[in-house]
Design a protein around this ligand. Structure first.
Ligand code: SAH
Length: 448
């Protein structure tokens, strides 16, 4: 097989990124935007050692679950990836994926519940690109780093206006666009959060900035309710944000309120992107906690720590990003919980063994790690604590299931036995195959 060959394929499975999977000459072929049961005509896009990728030319026999996408940019823009699938089928497929991972990776039989939401995204990270000789902002095309200019339906009013102001200024002043291959050019991403009638816009730049004059000019042209930051990022990798931000105009923090916990968010701190589902997820996670002490790992700006402080006597929180820990200290102060919550800046793997040693009461552990999960060292340290409950919030349930298996095995070796007491999927990113998962294990009482 060669690139540009045209082939007919039967889609027999779905891959990790929601794409269809076929087989050709003994090799796996990944075909975006296809569904199991479909036969498609496709063109080969890349030939790797162990697999091929192909792009659909025509769906020869469509799945009954295929629908017309509600967005005109859909097949070009890589921002969403499940708009061609009917909602009920998508939900069933997402639940099925988690059920499979629980069984195959964690060795657990469980039927998770699906929790739907109705909110839109509150954050967009949009790369800069060039189109028709002009600087544009858009989304990467599916599986590429080619920028497709899109007028995304998820843009709130402030976001749309901010994009217009920034594009107008950088085009007028001919500010260069970053080129990944050469590492040259300035403009990388525009990241905008819009929450509760305020927005925070961060211009990510391959350098210190784009010049005081033009930065100020942009700041002046933006609405009163938009804060404007510049974030230097000269790294040659895919991580959007750099390590620090510089405030050009407005307030340094964006106020947020989660189930009564007030917090101030800096551009470098993590915050769940869907307002309505976020509250449901946190409510469910905190309802799993019921010991006097909680260790909150990967704690961000301290939302879960402060929610838990309503029912726990003591919370120890661990977070690696210094700005997020500063935000978390301020969150504890703002909510009157400074006496109950201890925020530690460091990695979970480094810090956990020490804090675990000082505890002398029943403890629950809540973890909410990035996509790569917690890993063996952290799971072993948690199992040494033998917590009453392990509450796992995950954006990648494959790594979660791997971690859960490690935890259960380590605990069994100490004679501690756990049972599943909750497992749900939260539809945090409704137009995509990504979900947040809540999983809770509870220690079985020994029988004498
Ligand atoms: N629980 C928080 C944040 C979850 S996102 C909330 O719900 O808002 C995951 C967080 O883990 C991020 O804030 C990230 O900075 C942090 N993090 C990533 N790797 C880490 C590590 N090894 N140790 C501790 N924190 C880490």
């Amino acid at each position: 097989m060669n690139v540009k060959d045209v082939v007919e394929l039967d889609i027999i499975d779905s891959g990790m990124d929601g794409e269809g999977v076929a087989r050709l000459d003994g090799k796996v072929v990944f075909v975006p935007y296809t569904l199991v049961g479909e036969r498609v005509r496709a063109v080969v896009k890349s030939v790797k050692k162990n697999y091929l990728t192909a792009s659909v030319i025509k769906v020869l026999s469509p799945s009954p679950h295929r629908v017309t996408p509600a967005c005109p940019h859909y097949y070009k823009c890589g921002g969403c990836d499940t708009l061609h699938i009917d909602g009920k089928y998508r939900r069933e497929a997402l639940v099925g994926d988690l059920k499979n991972n629980l069984k195959k990776i964690a060795g657990i039989e469980y039927s998770p519940e699906f929790v739907a939401g109705d909110g839109a995204r509150n954050k967009l990270s949009m790369p800069f690109g060039l189109s028709g000789g002009k600087t544009v902002i858009g989304m990467y095309r599916h599986g590429t780093h080619t920028v497709e200019p899109v007028d995304c339906g998820f843009m709130g009013e402030l976001t749309r206006e901010t994009v217009r102001v920034v594009l107008d200024a950088v085009n007028r002043r001919n500010i260069s666009v970053y080129d990944e291959k050469s590492g040259r050019g300035l403009l990388r991403h525009l990241v905008i959060r819009e929450i509760g009638g305020r927005a925070s816009a961060t211009l990510v730049v391959n350098g210190d900035g784009i010049g005081d004059d033009i930065e100020r000019e942009i700041g002046d042209a933006l609405q009163q309710s938009v804060d404007f930051f510049v974030c230097p990022n000269t790294r040659r990798n895919n991580v959007v944000m750099g390590d620090s931000v510089r405030l050009v105009k407005g307030e340094p923090r964006l106020p947020v309120n989660v189930l009564g916990v007030r917090a101030m968010l800096s551009p470098l701190s993590f915050f769940q992107v869907n307002d309505s589902i976020r509250d449901k997820l946190y409510e469910a996670a905190i309802s799993c906690v019921n010991s006097p002490a909680l260790i909150d790992l990967y704690s961000g700006i301290g939302i879960t720590s402060n929610l838990a402080a309503k029912k726990c006597e003591k919370v120890i929180a661990v977070e690696v990003v210094p700005q997020a820990v500063e935000d978390a200290d301020a969150t504890a102060e703002l909510n009157g919980n400074a006496d109950k919550i201890r925020n530690i800046c460091g990695t979970a793997e480094d810090v956990l063994p020490d804090i675990a040693a000082g505890l002398n009461c029943d403890v629950d552990v809540l973890v909410d790690p990035p996509r790569k999960g917690c890993g063996g060292a952290v799971m072993t340290a948690i199992s040494n604590l033998a917590p009453k409950r392990l509450v796992y919030v995950s954006c990648n349930h494959a790594t979660m299931c791997r971690d859960v298996r490690i935890f259960i095995d380590e605990c069994a070796a100490h004679g501690d036995d756990y049972e599943v007491c909750d497992c749900r999927i939260f539809d945090m990113f409704p137009q995509t195959h990504h979900v947040e998962t809540l999983f809770c294990l509870s220690k079985r009482q020994p029988h004498y």
